[in-house]
Design a protein around this ligand. Structure first.
Ligand SMILES: C[S@@+](CC[C@H](N)C(=O)[O-])C[C@H]1O[C@@H](n2cnc3c(N)ncnc32)[C@H](O)[C@@H]1O
Length: 497
């Protein structure tokens, strides 16, 4: 292993890599000449502190990550790191990262356009999947470095998590508060879940659900890596997220009383969610609602500890919590949660992902499949809406530009659930400073008003005048240079009417 490559690995695993000379098999979307990204780094504040101390005036504040899914071993990639810039008030600012690298030859007039700091070119030693999976090895063998970058080795690993700007904005739109009970319904790999937990300063309960066992393990691993113990992850089908107690999922059942003392309220809730049983469940995750694999257990069955667990715990005691600390290979199943049992719910729905960039269209989506996404999302929304108590907040987001999955979902929601109203998402924001200061950024553009008639006569209704400014639509072709994304925030009113 070359020392240079090893030293740079940690940095480059989470650094901006873009295909510079794509292999002939890769075809770009004809309408898009460039690969562009707009990722923003979330810092663990202690690391930021350490980093600034360690590197003094260097002021690294962002490392952008934008590794296309098509990078294969042996590809030539451009590597950029975004840095903090001086701003007009004399301080340091995080200009929104633009890791934009145009494709083409060096003679291309846009060849050098990038707002990140271009640090050189290299050859990938692993595929993209390999780079993000491998815990050691060389990610990129730098062939052509512009200058010497200090090694990030052992400094940032497991401490930072990179996200697209709209994803970060989504967590801020949810605006979770300390001490609240928050559900992230389609949570894997846990990017927004961890952002939510960080906004809550680790105080409260963040429940992350996904239907995939392995993806739930990814959430657990990420939460453990980031030291976010307020996150509990479950395997759960979001289409069955509402737990039917005594055969009923009556939406008006109020399990959550805002006026009550929090502790009493939560213990009552747990009791209810465990079927009203007085059994005390010993061990972790007592907060699970209606758990399949716990609710019928006898207390003493929870005391069994496998040899593997003992070995793991010994390793942990010896090494302390590290990036490889995971909660184990077991994943808890959940049978769902009681109606009105959350302060806030995020439904970051599976979607057609037509906002992702670079988007290499394989022509796989048809009008029918796009409509099917919408139907699936509405069914999930029907569940989500039941889980938020009156006065709570529900945020719906997608990474698609398809109005049928965005504005049409909002229309459906407002027309179906009269107790829902769209909530403003914050103030216009031009720098990510607002994000870091926990202000509420409104960065995306307005939603689409009107409707669309399809050839088969089906009319898809979008937003009505006045509603467009209450949602955020991120257009990937806008100067903001983000992925395509959509965020709607609903406030839940009284469900009695
Ligand atoms: C857009 S991704 C979520 C990204 C995640 N919120 C983040 O920011 O890291 C959608 C997720 O929904 C999950 N999913 C799809 N159908 C589901 C279902 N019926 N129940 C629960 N999760 C589902 C997928 O496994 C996928 O992880």
């Amino acid at each position: 292993m070359k020392k240079k490559g090893r030293d740079l690995l940690t940095a480059f695993r989470k650094t901006f890599l873009t295909l510079q000379n794509p292999t002939p098999q890769i075809k770009m979307d004809a309408s898009s000449e460039r690969y562009s990204y707009n990722p923003v780094l979330r810092w663990n504040p202690q690391v930021e502190d350490y980093f600034i101390k360690a590197y003094g005036s260097l002021h690294f504040a962002q490392i952008s990550e934008a590794l296309t899914s098509h990078v294969e071993e042996g590809d030539l990639v451009a590597v950029s790191v975004a840095v903090e810039q001086p701003i007009s008030d004399g301080g340091w600012g995080l200009g929104i990262t633009r890791g934009t690298v145009l494709q083409g030859l060096q003679t291309d007039p846009y060849y050098f356009e990038r707002n990140g700091l271009f640090i050189g070119q290299g050859t990938t030693m692993l595929s993209r999947a390999g780079i993000f999976r491998a815990s050691q090895g060389i990610a990129v063998d730098m062939k052509n470095r512009v200058f010497n970058l200090p090694s990030f080795h052992d400094v940032l690993e497991g401490e930072i998590f990179l996200q697209n700007l709209p994803s970060i904005v989504t967590a801020h739109a949810l605006d979770p508060q300390k001490g609240e009970r928050v559900l992230d319904m389609c949570a894997a790999p846990g990017g927004k879940t961890t952002a939510i937990a960080m906004l809550m300063k680790g105080e409260g309960e963040v429940i992350a659900a996904d239907r995939s066992h392995n993806k739930v393990m990814d959430i657990q691993k990420l939460a453990a890596e980031m030291g976010l113990t307020c996150i509990t992850a479950y395997k759960l089908d979001a289409l069955k997220a509402v737990c039917k107690r005594n055969g009923s999922s009556d939406m008006t059942t109020l399990c959550y009383n805002k006026d009550n003392n929090d502790v009493i309220q939560r213990s009552e809730l747990r009791s209810l969610e465990n079927g009203g049983s007085s059994t005390t469940i010993v061990g972790s995750n007592v907060d699970t609602a209606c758990k399949e694999n716990v609710s019928n257990e006898k207390p003493n069955e929870r005391t069994y500890v496998s040899k593997a667990d003992i070995r793991k715990n010994m390793r942990r005691m010896r090494n302390g919590p590290g990036r490889n600390q995971s909660l184990g290979g077991r994943v808890e199943n959940s049978k769902g949660f009681l109606p009105n049992s959350f302060d806030r719910v995020l439904l970051d729905a599976p979607c057609s992902a037509l906002g992702l960039r670079p988007r290499l269209f394989g022509g796989e989506e048809t009008i029918e499949t796009l409509r099917n996404h919408g139907k699936y999302q509405r069914r999930m929304f029907d569940q989500a809406v039941q889980l938020v108590h009156p006065g709570g907040v529900l945020v719906y987001s997608t990474c698609t530009i398809n109005p049928g999955e965005n504005e049409a979902l909002v229309r459906y929601a407002l027309d179906t659930y009269k107790f829902l109203s769209l909530a403003p998402q914050g103030y216009p924001c031009i720098t990510t400073i607002m994000l870091l200061k926990n202000l509420h950024p409104r960065i995306g553009g307005p939603g689409l008003v009107g409707s669309c008639e399809f050839p088969d006569g089906y009319i898809e209704e979008w937003l009505r005048p006045g509603e467009e400014e209450l949602v955020q639509r991120f257009d990937p072709s806008s100067p903001l240079d983000t992925i395509g994304f959509f965020i709607a925030k609903f406030v839940v009113g009284s469900k009695d009417t």
